[in-house]
Design a protein around this ligand. Structure first.
Ligand code: SF4
Length: 225
């Protein structure tokens, strides 16, 4: 019996996008994955093992390591051919670790989010000092570090604090809306959600809690680095 993640993938009905990946299904029931920007391109390096996603996701186009897998710098030039839904699930989890499970929990109404101040308060050791960051500093830092344009493609679901303060007033409202494709939103700055039909549906990359990289940045701000 398929679990909640496979049910989400089945109901996504290819073609659909997941972050910077476009997923298509062949008549034979196989899956083809490519970088969204590569769609018209024919000359792609072909891979056929879901484990290949680990290497594809590791470095950007310039060969730099990608510490944040949801950063908008997935490399181009590859085509991953997968046999079935189980292989698709594995590969997508390598590209965007944990994001399918979070999406399935959100779809099922079971996703819990953690305010940034809650995440900061439970830090220990060298990261304990990060909790001293001010609200104004958080506002600026999140706007810069989490922005979809060059930062991270996740949709922010967490609040700044238990009072429900917004993570950053400097980010567009689309950054907090799971119904908006973050890449398409970038192509339409300052405009309402797209009036035209998108090329493909999108499974959003959701952020339910601040990541370690953002916490490290909070510490740098407090330390004045
Ligand atoms: S906190 Fe979330 S949205 Fe911000 S960079 Fe980390 S993963 Fe991305």
């Amino acid at each position: 019996m398929p679990d909640s993640i496979e049910r989400c993938l089945e109901s996504a009905a290819p073609p659909f996008c997941f972050g910077q990946i476009l997923i298509r299904k062949t008549n034979a029931g196989h899956f083809i994955l490519i970088h969204r920007d590569d769609e018209p391109q024919k000359n792609l390096e072909i891979f056929q093992n879901p484990d290949d996603a680990i290497e594809i996701a590791k470095y950007d186009d310039a060969g730099n390591y990608r510490p944040l897998k949801t950063a908008p710098n997935l490399r181009h030039g590859w085509r991953l051919e997968l046999a079935d839904l189980e292989e698709l699930r594995r590969a997508l989890d390598y590209f965007y670790p944990g994001r399918l499970a979070v999406f399935a929990a959100w779809k099922g109404g079971e996703l819990k989010t953690t305010p940034l101040r809650g995440t900061l308060d439970r830090q220990s050791g060298m990261y304990r000092v990060a909790a001293k960051i001010s609200d104004a500093q958080i506002n600026d830092l999140v706007a810069n570090f989490c922005r979809s344009n060059g930062g991270c493609l996740r949709t922010i679901l967490w609040k700044r604090d238990r009072g429900g303060g917004i993570a950053s007033t400097k980010l567009p409202k689309e950054k907090f809306d799971p119904g908006i494709d973050q890449i398409q939103a970038l192509e339409r700055p300052e405009s309402p959600p797209p009036a035209t039909t998108p090329v493909a549906a999108t499974i959003p990359l959701l952020c339910q809690e601040a990541c370690n990289l953002l916490i490290a940045e909070c510490r740098k701000v407090v330390k004045g680095k």
